[in-house]
Design a protein around this ligand. Sequence first.
Ligand SMILES: Nc1nc2c(c(=O)[nH]1)N[C@H]1C(S)=C(S)[C@@H](COP(=O)(O)OP(=O)(O)OC[C@H]3O[C@@H](n4cnc5c(=O)[nH]c(N)nc54)[C@H](O)[C@@H]3O)O[C@H]1N2
Ligand SMILES: Nc1nc2c(c(=O)[nH]1)N[C@H]1C(S)=C(S)[C@@H](COP(=O)(O)OP(=O)(O)OC[C@H]3O[C@@H](n4cnc5c(=O)[nH]c(N)nc54)[C@H](O)[C@@H]3O)O[C@H]1N2
Ligand SMILES: [Mo]
Length: 766
Amino acid sequence: MFKTHGSHWGAFEAEAQDNRVVAIRPLAGDPDPSPILDGMAEGLHHDCRIKAPAVREGWLKHRDRARGGDRFVEVPWDQALDLVAEELQRVKTAHGNDAIFAGSYGWSSAGRFHHAKTQMQRFLNCFGGFTGQKHSYSLAAGLAILPHIVGDVAPLRGLTSWASIAEATDTLVAFGGIPVRNTQVEPGGTASHTTVPWLQKIAARGTHVVSITPIRNDTPDFLNPQWIAPRPNTDVALMLGLAHTLVAEGLHDAAFLATYAVGGDQFLAYVMGEADGQAKTADWASDICDVPAETIRTLARRMAQGRTMIACSYSLQRGDHGEQTFWVTMALACLLGQIGLPGGGFGFGYGSMHGQGNPVPKMPSLTHTAGPNPTGSFIPVARVTDLLLNPGGEYDFDGERRTYPDTKLIYWCGGNPFHHHQDLNRLLEGWRRPDTVIVNEPWWTPTAKLADIVLPATTTMERNDIGHSSRDRFLVAMKQIVTPQFGARNDFDIFRGLSQRLGIEATFTEGRDEDAWLRHLYDQAREGAGPLANRMPDFDTFWEQGILELEAPEKPQVVYEAFRADPAAHPLPTPSGKFEIFCAEIAGFAYDDCPGHPMWREPAEWLGGAEAKSWPLHLISNQPKHKLHSQLDFVGPSRAAKQDGREPVFLSPGDAQARGIQDGDLVRLYNDRGETLAVAAISDDVRGGVAQLPTGAWFDPADWAAAGALERHGNPNVLTLDKGTSKLGQGPISHTTLVEVEKFDGAADAPEPFRLPEIVALPAAG
Ligand SMILES: Nc1nc2c(c(=O)[nH]1)N[C@H]1C(S)=C(S)[C@@H](COP(=O)(O)OP(=O)(O)OC[C@H]3O[C@@H](n4cnc5c(=O)[nH]c(N)nc54)[C@H](O)[C@@H]3O)O[C@H]1N2
Ligand SMILES: Nc1nc2c(c(=O)[nH]1)N[C@H]1C(S)=C(S)[C@@H](COP(=O)(O)OP(=O)(O)OC[C@H]3O[C@@H](n4cnc5c(=O)[nH]c(N)nc54)[C@H](O)[C@@H]3O)O[C@H]1N2
Ligand SMILES: [Mo]
């Protein structure tokens, strides 16, 4: 019998026989289901699962910190939980709660109750708290700057819908393109992948789509896009060149600037060169971004002619000075003066995630809560290695001078830092500093292999849950398909066991088991749903029915409609009540890397810089088509897309030829930070000077003990730069990285990313 279930890549139905999943099918009616579903059943039963609680032998015997490459000892659950509880208590007593680093960034699985990080952080909050992480790898720079310049995150979380674009947009200018592979995914999932159908409506309208990205296939062919391929990380200069053309040719909307924005004058003085003697002309921009000046001027004129939407993907702010990309996008849209009109203005993340532009019912999302963290201690999300290497060190963040706490224990639950963080060799160094690392994981990921105590967690189909996203109109009954496999336990049960040992069970569980929690979360969502509550049946009916579709407003959403209509009655939540093209608060921070209005600042590494002489290729490590981050890398479409067990790296024909590289050759990508092996795939879709190696390949160093060892599997994060976007956002800058590539002639061991660590028997007691 098929039962409904859900994932970040979409809801589905699954069937089991003899406690094994034998079939998975997309929901009937999903117009564009994700192929990632194909690997799920195999992944669930795979030998790569962690079968029992395991303790690293070196830690068990003499508390060494030589994490990586070690043997593990399997121990019974009771003993493992005793060990974890004792360690937590020891660190709390000796060093305080902020010595427990448990930011635990990561996507885990779609169900909102068994959300791994929430379970862990709820438990730790009951225990007195921990040091957390602020913002996300996705959007750190954007989330830091938007509250200053627009007052909240409206152009990101309440952006103009696809419906409005399909109705009214003449020109859609997409910085970062509209990669539909990325829109297959939504945190919490969806029951209907509608981005492609929306884009087909836009194509049918005849909207002119301009795809501005170094990778041609970022935007689907059926949109017949004009491809503009700037040097990576030069979009700010390109937008300034567009702004200059608008002003120089009298095409900008001075009345809009005066009514709806502050700082237009300072910005125009900068654009026109009055402020610093350098006019940001199309020719000036052309030298930086390597796009013909005439292309820039023509685009500016076209943008001013009809209704124009400026779309900017998340990726643009995951580069050095990423804050500037969002800020100048807003400023450029102010110059055009179409903000608040149907299909006009600006928005962030079209093409970055399914929910962006999707029609959404007005109700709070169904979600579990970790509660408040009593320590209040946090780091900016991507400053992990700095935290570990530099306890007591000072840094700037969003107007504050802050100090890193001293980390004695790391607890990770639901994320894979050896997938997501930059400069993994540097992370490895930091990772070996704390006394103890504890990881809950279903599979032997690199992060699990680098832990001292590993607790095997169930995967999603082994438990009941509810799938929902704040940017989607479906609630999905995620029904248990099989019982927990091997020795796995639900994260909730793991933390219940720990909370019993630490005397906090009653506050952690509030007396509820899984079933009671699901009913509670559902009822809570229904109570908060306002008029939509009438559409929500009681829990048992919902569960029986499997999928609940709530009505989204028919009227296309237009962000800033009310503000445009009456700026006095509906001011923005900024100090001026307007768009802050000049922001006094940011200017007051006096940051050299994030001044008072948007500016072009050279990235730490880029093709126009001196460093490009040694490292002539810009690495684009974008989101993988065949998986979500590192999840299910070892099965299904992800495994099938590998060549000889390695990731393909896409190179332009010219760059390949210049290096004597043929399609299918084994190549080495390297820079001062690390080296990785991949298989060359030569493609016309890649701009010259760019190497595209998507993320997600499990970290597989040839030697865990040697610093900077050759990575054999094609993990780009051994190459990426671990530096903050600026003092304002301190966001990750994975899209700012230069490398060189060469044909690899050395002896290469076969990659072994999915090999299990050696497991030894528990030494006899006594
Ligand atoms: N170079 C480069 N690096 C990047 C990016 C980039 O563009 N370029 N993008 C960044 C971005 S935007 C993001 S969001 C991050 C993503 O980074 P992560 O979110 O850390 O990546 P995932 O692979 O999704 O890791 C989730 C982990 O949770 C585990 N898991 C799944 N279900 C459960 C569960 O129920 N319980 C427990 N305990 N564990 C579970 C999975 O097995 C997996 O190991 O990567 C970032 N890294
Ligand atoms: N299939 C799949 N979908 C996903 C994910 C996944 O792992 N798999 N991850 C999800 C997550 S967590 C997130 S945050 C989003 C991320 O969404 P994004 O950040 O938008 O995604 P990326 O794939 O990193 O980048 C999109 C494109 O931007 C272009 N780009 C990179 N740098 C530059 C630049 O400097 N200038 C210009 N003009 N273009 C540039 C690249 O060509 C790249 O393909 O994706 C989500 N969707
Ligand atoms: Mo992300």
